[in-house]
Design a protein. Structure first.
Length: 614
């Protein structure tokens, strides 16, 4: 559909792609290639993400390509790449069965990753593993945990450094592993010297004795594994949070073997794959740096075009770039920034100033409604391709039905637009695209569609005889020795004050997925969770004279929403939790755009909020 006089009009595929190619070429010629931004998707196939980043770089000529990993796990990429040399879950999900101790931090696993949450809960309930949960809320896993440490939101570095302090003082570190496999340990010892349990309690609110008991349980375990998610990454110090956890597993030797490891739980079905395919502003497929001249020459030879050596802009930087007059057009595939990005009032203002906006999706999302052109994509069930899940497992997906209506696979749409812009993409199948991926991406080199028909494979898979890699960092790290990099506790960018006295955190719930684009169209799920709400502790509710089910207004420095109060004891006093699935009570009208300086991830988990009665 093309928007004409403010209303969408149905057109043919040829007319739509002709128009897009014409407008993008005009904008590029009038401005520069870097005046255009492209957003890929964590919900589409590896092959399609590869084509999208190639379209941005080879066809348009810009590294302005990013996707929602920037909003969920870019801190994982920046942190683990520094510590280990690669950024991915180190172990397999099945390794939970071999763990003697499991630490879950910043992950409401039973709701956000229910299959993994079930396995962890089962390990705890059967007594097979000690379970440590570090989370401000008393989540379901905390109910079966041996140790639940409720920290103040945003104090994770202090909590983890406190654990490290105790482990060092108690002699519960793996001296041999530290000596043979790591560097930087002496600097870490100095950095955490003053992070005593008493000081950590002062910062985090975790009772000193509880911290010590949890540290001893972790340190004495034969195999201890760590699981984390966006409660760790979505902070203005998210990279430091990840570095702290990497330090924890390295000093205890819990890396490079089954039943151990550091395991980030990815936010969507193909976040890992989209990152692997190079849908980030600084890397080509396989995390090969755009700033590396040899890498650039390799891709220039393969793609037969000159490429830009300049890092592109991230998701939030693209939005800012529109308001600054730098970004004139955006092409968005399978993303919904009008619900998922922080401070969506800011996003809407920016998108309204674009000269040209294309949205390619399976539904007419809140973002698509603002577009100049909307293209109907085929869903995962209607096309062939591969996905890479949270444990680095590459799986082949076959179509169950033909594309509905006139929808097309995303790779076909992008290829047609690219060809009409003067850079031919004449692929005949997803398999043909994947062959190109594996030729250019060493960690995928041994994976083929033919092999995947027989079963999934975990990367790195270096040749066609390689069995895949269930456990990373066995014997050595990609960077050589693991880097133990000390971190210091830094407060979140926006803390409560007299005007906004409570802390707001956002997140997910079990019934709905992400921005609700798909799940809110399912009647059964809507019955379970029909609309937005705000969790509030009974103590705070009593002070504000608010009762369960009452309509309330949440106000921050960015905006306000009206929603329903849900008075629950598992939400800590002084904090408010709001799920971000509901556009009519959009949590991201409230959130802060403050960024981690390294990963550029926004601070979704901490901002100051005020509650008012309606």
């Amino acid at each position: 559909m093309i928007k004409k006089d403010g209303k969408f009009a149905k057109v043919s595929w040829d007319e739509a792609t002709d128009y897009i190619a014409k407008r993008l070429k005009e904008i590029k010629e009038k401005n520069t290639a870097d005046s255009i931004g492209v957003l890929a998707s964590a919900k589409i196939t590896n092959e399609e993400n590869y084509i999208i980043q190639k379209f941005a770089r080879a066809t348009i000529g810009t590294n302005n390509v990013d996707h929602c990993a920037r909003l969920c796990h870019s801190s994982t990429v920046s942190g683990l790449a520094q510590s280990f040399g690669t950024a991915a879950m180190t172990n397999s999900i099945s390794d939970i069965d071999d763990a003697d101790c499991i630490l879950v931090i910043g992950s409401n696993t039973t709701e956000a990753h229910p299959v993994i949450g079930f396995k962890i809960r089962q390990a705890a309930r059967t007594g097979r593993a000690n379970l440590i949960v570090i989370d401000p809320r008393k989540i379901k896993l905390a109910e079966v945990a041996n140790h639940w440490l409720s920290q103040k939101p945003g104090t994770d570095v202090a909590a983890v450094n406190g654990l490290i302090h105790v482990l060092i003082k108690e002699g519960l570190v793996d001296e041999q592993f530290i000596k043979e496999r790591t560097e930087g340990y002496e600097e870490l010892k100095k950095a955490v010297e003053d992070m005593t349990p008493a000081k950590v309690e002062e910062i985090t609110g975790i009772p000193a004795d509880d911290l010590v008991a949890a540290a001893k349980a972790f340190g004495k375990a034969k195999n201890a594994s760590v699981f984390y998610s966006m409660g760790i990454t979505q902070h203005s110090h998210g990279t430091d949070n990840v570095l702290s956890l990497a330090n924890l597993v390295m000093i205890t030797g819990n890396i490079g073997r089954p039943g151990a490891g550091l395991n980030p739980l990815r936010g969507q079905n193909n976040v890992q794959g989209a990152c692997d395919m190079g849908c980030l502003n600084t890397v080509y497929p396989g995390y090969q740096q755009v700033s590396d001249d040899n890498v650039k020459k390799k891709f220039e030879a393969a793609w037969d075009t000159e490429l830009s050596p300049n890092p592109g802009l991230t998701v939030t930087e693209l939005t800012d770039g529109v308001l600054e007059g730098k970004i004139k057009a955006m092409y968005i595939v399978g993303e919904n920034p009008m619900v998922s990005d922080p401070d969506i009032g800011h996003v809407k203002k920016a998108f309204s100033k674009l000269d040209f906006l294309v949205v390619q999706d399976i539904f007419l999302t809140e973002t698509a409604q603002l577009a100049d052109v909307v293209l109907p994509s085929a869903s995962f069930a209607e096309k062939e391709g591969t996905f890479t899940n949270t444990e680095r497992r590459v799986q082949l997906s076959k179509p169950a039905i033909k594309p509905i209506g006139k929808s097309r696979p995303d790779w076909q749409i992008i290829s047609e637009v690219s060809t009409k812009m003067g850079y031919p993409m004449n692929y005949n199948s997803a398999e043909e695209i994947f062959e190109e991926v594996r030729q250019l991406t060493p960690i995928y080199c041994g994976i083929t569609h033919e092999r995947l028909k027989k079963g999934s494979l975990q990367f790195p898979c270096l040749d066609t005889d390689h069995p895949g890699t269930p456990v990373l960092h066995v014997g050595k790290f990609p960077r050589g020795k693991g880097l133990i990099k000390p971190t210091q506790y830094i407060a979140s960018k926006e803390l409560p004050d007299e005007q906004y006295p409570l802390i707001l955190s956002t997140g997910r719930t079990l019934p709905h997925f992400h921005t609700g684009t798909m799940t809110r169209k399912v009647d059964g799920l809507n019955e379970l969770s029909p609309g937005g709400y705000a969790e509030i502790n009974p103590e705070d509710a009593s002070k504000l004279k608010i009762i369960d089910g009452q309509r309330i207004k949440l106000v921050t420095r960015r905006g306000e929403i009206t929603t329903m109060a849900k008075v629950v004891s598992y939400c800590p006093a002084g904090a408010i939790f709001v799920p971000f699935h509901f556009a009519e009570a959009a949590a991201n009208k409230l959130t802060n755009t403050a960024l981690d300086p390294v990963s550029k991830i926004p601070e979704y988990k901490v901002c100051a909020v005020r509650v008012e009665k309606v």
